[in-house]
Ligand binder design. Sequence first.
Ligand code: MRU
Length: 340
Amino acid sequence: MKTINDRTIWWNYSVNCIEMIDQTILPLKLDTIKCLTVDSLINAIKSLSIRGAPALGAAGGYGMALSAFRHKGTDIEELRNTLISDSLTIKSSRPTAINLSWGVDRVLNKILDKEAIDEIRRDALNEAEKIAEEDIAINKMIGKNGAALLEDGDTILTHCNAGRLACVGWGTALGVVRSAVEMGKDIKVIACETRPLNQGGRLTTWELMKDGIDVRLITDSTAGMVMRKNMVDKVIVGADRITVDGVFNKIGTYTHAVLAKENNIPFYVAAPLSTFDKNKREEDVTIEERDADELRMINEGYIAPKDVKVFNPAFDFTPIRYIKAIITERGVFNTCKRCI
Ligand code: MRU
């Protein structure tokens, strides 16, 4: 049986439901939530209990298994209709990270032509489990490929959380750091806070400190200053979607990329091939806009006028010219076109 220490998200075989670390309460509390219905999974995705592109890929896959297990009735055509309708709702719950749709579709394509309900349930769960297992293996390959780029003594600036919590395990950008540390390199991390939901301040710091990796927290607006003062050797971030012309990642990534170029600091993106959307360009992708109160409030209290107008995009786009290389499980590529 999987536990909170092995993975971010897993299938609970005693209840036949999805279980995940609740990332909204970290670092204050390490606890899990169970998603017994597709609606509860969608709530967990929207509220960011589960988040990060690769973890969302696994959530999408398990979501299809959950849809099959929860369906009542014996009519197979009815089950197929439920699966299709649930797949659309899950995919639209967060539109920017392509891994969510990728995970849903990968499982759906395995099961739609099956002729028995039991077979659909079994194959959906098997495929979802494969996605989860592969995620960890792929991240370790990304880690190995990326670690070769890091020098002993490097300080890496990262944004948001592209660590084990954003994946099923190990991490992409932080997986590179983990692999380098495992190889014996002395690596320090500067974690940007990542307003407004503080994935850097709450999650990146927590998981690196747990592993004994040196991490220092800064506000997002301190990034330029530390780059200018030669306190950063490399920037490494994750990705929510990689198109032919650039990378979508957490809001603020573009600012770091421009600052890195200005300060001659290599800017890397670490991501699995499942994050690539090779037929799309910047203008084809929807950037999720989130609730205004994420900016206006902290812990139920207003920190801005209650009715101030807000623009709160969750992600931004960084053109490929700012990116030195993309680190994948298949190797390190210096343009998107070469890896897709
Ligand atoms: O809104 P979030 O927390 O889901 O955003 C996550 C990010 O932007 C990560 O950098 C990205 O998904 C890569 S995770 C390996």
